[in-house]
Design a binder for this molecule. Structure first.
Ligand SMILES: *[C@@H]1O[C@H](CO)[C@@H](O)[C@H](O)[C@H]1NC(C)=O
Ligand SMILES: *[C@@H]1O[C@H](CO)[C@@H](O)[C@H](O)[C@H]1NC(C)=O
Ligand SMILES: *[C@@H]1O[C@H](CO)[C@@H](O)[C@H](O)[C@H]1NC(C)=O
Ligand SMILES: *[C@@H]1O[C@H](CO)[C@@H](O)[C@H](O)[C@H]1NC(C)=O
Ligand SMILES: *[C@@H]1O[C@H](CO)[C@@H](O)[C@H](O)[C@H]1NC(C)=O
Ligand SMILES: *[C@@H]1O[C@H](CO)[C@@H](O)[C@H](O)[C@H]1NC(C)=O
Ligand SMILES: *[C@@H]1O[C@H](CO)[C@@H](O)[C@H](O)[C@H]1NC(C)=O
Ligand SMILES: *[C@@H]1O[C@H](CO)[C@@H](O)[C@H](O)[C@H]1NC(C)=O
Ligand SMILES: *[C@@H]1O[C@H](CO)[C@@H](O)[C@H](O)[C@H]1NC(C)=O
Ligand SMILES: *[C@@H]1O[C@H](CO)[C@@H](O)[C@H](O)[C@H]1NC(C)=O
Ligand SMILES: *[C@@H]1O[C@H](CO)[C@@H](O)[C@H](O)[C@H]1NC(C)=O
Ligand SMILES: *[C@@H]1O[C@H](CO)[C@@H](O)[C@H](O)[C@H]1NC(C)=O
Length: 774
């Protein structure tokens, strides 16, 4: 009420009061701003300073020193707009405004108000990520002074859906135009674009543009930054591209370009970033491309490019990505003057290329040659890459031993050598790698004991030694010393003896896989100490890779293929953080299932099959409410199946067969569904009866086993598949995965808003945030 009175008084006093004071704020503009404020919901009270007479001193308001006119309004990420109200047209009174930034607010799907088009002095207009929707009002075509227009959606927001409006081409002063990540479609441009001749920055990424007529674009020869990635542009890349001689950044990734990379690319002498990834470019890389002396990063990944990769003296200071092409042949010399070399998934063969030891060897941070056909042994010379953070040679045909000089790579955080034919002992010198967070030696032929020196790897979070010939006891120092461990995979080795109770100290453990060893004794009761299998919030699994200059900021993620629910699922890193799993199957464990396991309420998978466990299934197994997969088959379990099992609504995979279970099978919709899908769930328990088994009383003749042994059509193959395929229980392995956000454009624009929905694209994990990439 008081406020109202004050306002009224103020208005009455009008211009007289103004005239007396030397304050710069003009009455009409002061009023306009207050009106505008009234139309905003300002929950966080960011406009608290918007009181008093001098609107020029209000937060986000800028005035011309001489005239006192409001010329700047910067409310980026300041206020939240109410769903039911529109932006007050009072802003029209700010006729001298040349800078308006309402970006990163939340306009909940309203259209840009048409009156903005009357602010004819506007030069800077930023409505990016502001939640606007629909079409852009044509009145904006009147803003002839506009040099910067940002309607992009870097972090979720606008949803403009139309073709590019023609009036946009009348904005002849435009220098910077960002329409990224909206729903624009159709051809990009009319035939003649000379109106936009001052344009230097054009970002049209993440829309649905489909034109292949790019030639008009290539007349914009002041362009420095051109981003067309993430559209549906087809056809060859026109030769006219070579006219854009000022271009520094060219992103064309994730479209449907095809044909050769035009040799005209070599005319873009200023180019620093080139991304042509995820297209249909074929043929060889034109030699002119190697002459681009300013190029700092190159991503040609995911194209059917082929041929041999030659070292041509090129200098990439940062990143070099050639994932998933068809490059073949040997690689002579390892380029070491770049930070990231990523040649995953090509057809490269021969021996691992050696670095030129006469050159500087402290630049390369990440070397990924995984998924190729390299053979021979790991060369000692790699040990001179003194600043290496990630070394991934997995999925090749490497043989021999790990060179013991590996301990020199003091900065290594990720060592991934899985799925080769390496043999011998795990080198003791690995224990020198104090920064190591992720060690994958699985699927090789390593023998002997796990070296004691690994106890120094205090930062280790992921350790996968599965599928080797390792032996001895499970070292107790794993539990005592490796307190950061989140994932421990020792499956399919020859470990014997009791499961060390020291493992119970690993409170961060999410995945424990000890399957198919020769372990004996009881399941430790203290397994309820695995806090990470109980709580819901777990940290991200990513491993940062930076170089000292801060030039790159890559991160490496773990992927986790889990054989769960009867099929292979790949959990990408953003998911890995949530996965909890325990597999102890295929050992000689005896005794009862400790009731303490039932406290691990976060578990998604529990596999205790193929052991000698006896006693009853714990009554409160129904506590494990997240459980999707439960396998207790092939033990000596007796007694009834607890009724609480029917509480497990997430259960998609259940195996209780070949035990000595007795009594009535619990009823429940989920259990019935599971049984309908897989009638072998309970087989081999002659004392079970109840609905699913079609046995009406305990004295009835057992037909459960018989019906499944029945060799009817279809049934048999199902049966075979089940035992052949699932025999080993869960197969858990870690697959490190690296990628780079700044070049995986499809991920960059999707990352902020839609990461979750994209996670099911099982291939991937992402993300590299480029910090100081100029
Ligand atoms: C517009 O605002 C966003 C933040 O909301 C910022 O990231 C972007 O750089 C701005 N655009 C321009 C052209 O300044
Ligand atoms: C944007 O507009 C479309 C229709 O044009 C509508 O379907 C969608 O829900 C709107 N989005 C928001 C956030 O209001
Ligand atoms: C602004 O644009 C609209 C539509 O394009 C037009 O009708 C109107 O005359 C223009 N106003 C001015 C002042 O130019
Ligand atoms: C663009 O400007 C020209 C005059 O310069 C005018 O004739 C035309 O109508 C304008 N186009 C649009 C779509 O506003
Ligand atoms: C490229 O430039 C040349 C000469 O500068 C010109 O003749 C040609 O038309 C231009 N090509 C395109 C596609 O603009
Ligand atoms: C590239 O692909 C096109 C068809 O998309 C094909 O005609 C051409 O032969 C291919 N070129 C090479 C070098 O493979
Ligand atoms: C390194 O330098 C030495 C002597 O300067 C030379 O003999 C050798 O060939 C060089 N190595 C390479 C790979 O260039
Ligand atoms: C491991 O060694 C055995 C015998 O030495 C060989 O048969 C087997 O193929 C090797 N496995 C791998 C993965 O190299
Ligand atoms: C359980 O974990 C805590 C640390 O979280 C540890 O101090 C304790 O010794 C562990 N208990 C057992 C039985 O290992
Ligand atoms: C398992 O251990 C027993 C002795 O405890 C030994 O006889 C047997 O050979 C071992 N099996 C394997 C596969 O290592
Ligand atoms: C990794 O980098 C991200 C973003 O740069 C940062 O938030 C996070 O704290 C870093 N994590 C570690 C372990 O350094
Ligand atoms: C999961 O990962 C495995 C091993 O990396 C791979 O063979 C399989 O194709 C992947 N599955 C899917 C669905 O991507």
């Amino acid at each position: 009420m008081l406020w109202f009175v004050f306002l009224a008084g103020k208005i009455d006093l009008g211009l007289h009061a103004r005239a007396h004071s030397s304050v710069s704020c003009l009455e009409s503009e002061w009023k306009a701003l207050l009106e505008f404020k009234k139309s905003l919901i300002d929950k966080s009270n960011r406009l608290a300073s918007w009181t008093g007479e001098d609107c020029c001193s209000w937060e986000g308001v800028g005035c011309d020193r001489n005239t006192g006119h409001v010329v700047k309004l910067d409310l980026r990420n300041n206020v939240v707009f109410d769903r039911d109200r529109l932006i007050s047209p009072s802003l029209v009174n700010l006729q001298h405004l040349h800078y308006l930034d309402l970006s990163s607010n939340y306009f909940v799907g309203i259209r840009i108000p048409a009156f903005i088009g009357s602010l004819k002095n506007l030069r800077y207009l930023n409505f990016s990520s502001a939640g606007f929707n629909g079409t852009i009002p044509p009145q904006l075509g009147n803003l002839s002074a506009l040099d910067c227009l940002d309607l992009g959606k870097k972090s979720g927001g606008n949803e403009f859906d139309s073709t590019i409006p023609l009036w946009l081409f009348n904005l002849t002063s435009l220098v910077h135009l960002d329409l990224s990540s909206n729903n624009f479609f159709g051809p990009i441009v009319p035939n003649s674009l000379q109106h936009w001749s001052s344009l230097s920055y054009l970002d049209l990424s993440g829309n649905q543009f489909s034109t292949s007529l790019l030639d008009p674009l290539f007349t914009l020869n002041n362009l420095v930054h051109l981003d067309l990635s993430g559209n549906q542009i087809q056809g060859p890349l026109p030769f006219g591209l070579g006219n854009l001689t000022s271009l520094s950044v060219l992103h064309m990734g994730d479209n449907s370009f095809e044909g050769p990379i035009p040799s005209a690319i070599g005319q873009l002498r200023e180019l620093t970033e080139l991304d042509l990834s995820s297209n249909g470019f074929n043929g060889t890389i034109p030699s002119s491309l190697w002459r681009l002396s300013e190029l700092q990063s190159l991503d040609l990944s995911d194209n059917p490019l082929s041929g041999e990769l030659r070292n041509s003296g090129h200098k990439y200071r940062a990143l070099f990505f050639l994932e998933s092409n068809k490059f073949e042949g040997p690689l002579q010399l390892l380029p070491t003057d770049i930070s990231v070399l990523y040649l995953k998934n090509n057809s490269l063969q021969g021996i691992i290329p050696q670095p030129d030891i006469n050159k500087t060897l402290d630049i390369l941070r990440m070397l990924d040659l995984s998924d190729n056909h390299f053979n021979g042994s790991i060369p000692d010379s790699l040990c001179s890459l003194q600043m290496l953070v990630v070394l991934d040679l997995s999925n090749n045909q490497l043989s021999g031993r790990i060179p013991s000089c590996i301990g020199k790579l003091k900065t290594l955080k990720v060592l991934h050598l899985a799925n080769n034919s390496l043999y011998g002992h795990i080198p003791i010198s690995l224990g020198h790698l104090n920064d190591l967070q992720s060690l994958h030696l699985d699927r090789n032929n390593f023998t002997g004991m796990v070296p004691f020196s690994l106890r120094y790897l205090k930062n280790l979070q992921y350790l996968d030694l599965g599928n080797n010939g390792l032996e001895g006891l499970i070292p107790s120092w794993i539990g005592d010393e490796l307190s950061s461990l989140r994932i421990l995979v020792l499956e399919s080795n020859n470990f014997h003896g009791d499961i060390s109770v020291s493992l119970c100290k690993l409170s961060s453990l999410q995945v424990l896989s000890l399957e198919d060893n020769n372990l004996t004794g009881h399941i430790p009761r203290c397994f309820n100490n695995f806090t990470a299998m109980i709580v819901t919030e777990l940290d991200s699994t990513r491993i940062n890779v930076t170089d000292s200059s801060g030039y790159i900021d890559v991160y490496y993620s773990e992927e986790l293929p889990v054989f769960i629910k009867g099929r292979m699922l790949n959990y990408t890193s953003s998911i890995v953080r949530y996965v909890r799993f325990m597999g102890l199957s295929g050992n000689k464990l005896s005794g009862e299932i400790p009731v303490e396991l039932m406290y691990l309420v976060g578990l998604h998978g529990l596999d205790l099959s193929r052991n000698h466990l006896s006693g009853r299934i714990p009554e409160n197994i129904g506590h494990l409410s997240q459980l999707e997969s439960l396998d207790l088959s092939k033990n000596d379990l007796s007694g009834p199946i607890p009724q609480s099992l029917s509480n497990l609504n997430s259960l998609a995979w259940l195996k209780l067969s070949f035990n000595k279970l007795t009594g009535r099978i619990p009823s429940g919709r989920q259990l019935q569904t599971l049984y309908d899908h897989d009638p072998t769930i309970y087989m081999g328990n002659s004392g079970l009866w109840g609905d699913p088994l079609d046995k009406s009383c305990p004295d009835g003749k057992s037909n459960a086993g018989e019906s499944d042994g029945d060799h009817e059509d279809g049934k048999e193959s199902y049966f075979d598949w089940f035992y052949a395929g699932l025999g080993p229980g869960f197969a858990v392995g870690l697959v490190g995965f690296l990628s780079v956000l700044c070049f995986k454009k499809s991920w960059r624009y999707a990352y902020f808003g839609f990461l979750e929905s994209l996670l099911n694209k099982a291939r991937v994990e992402i993300a590299l945030l480029k910090r100081k990439f100029v």
